[in-house]
Write a protein that binds this ligand. Sequence first.
Ligand SMILES: [Zn+2]
Length: 62
Amino acid sequence: MGEQVKDPVCGMDMDADSAVATSEHMGKTFYFCAQGCKEKFDQNPMKYMSTEEEEKGDSCHM
Ligand SMILES: [Zn+2]
């Protein structure tokens, strides 16, 4: 039912309602599948904002 969103760190597609963490940057809301993904994003948002699907992100589940 919710909006489909993409975790910019690991590239995982998910429902916005099921996102574990969110972060706002440059007026845009980003959704993350895990707290670790959010932390990586917060440390270096530009890295994840500029690359869409060119690079596969780091594994976030371990
Ligand atoms: Zn993730």
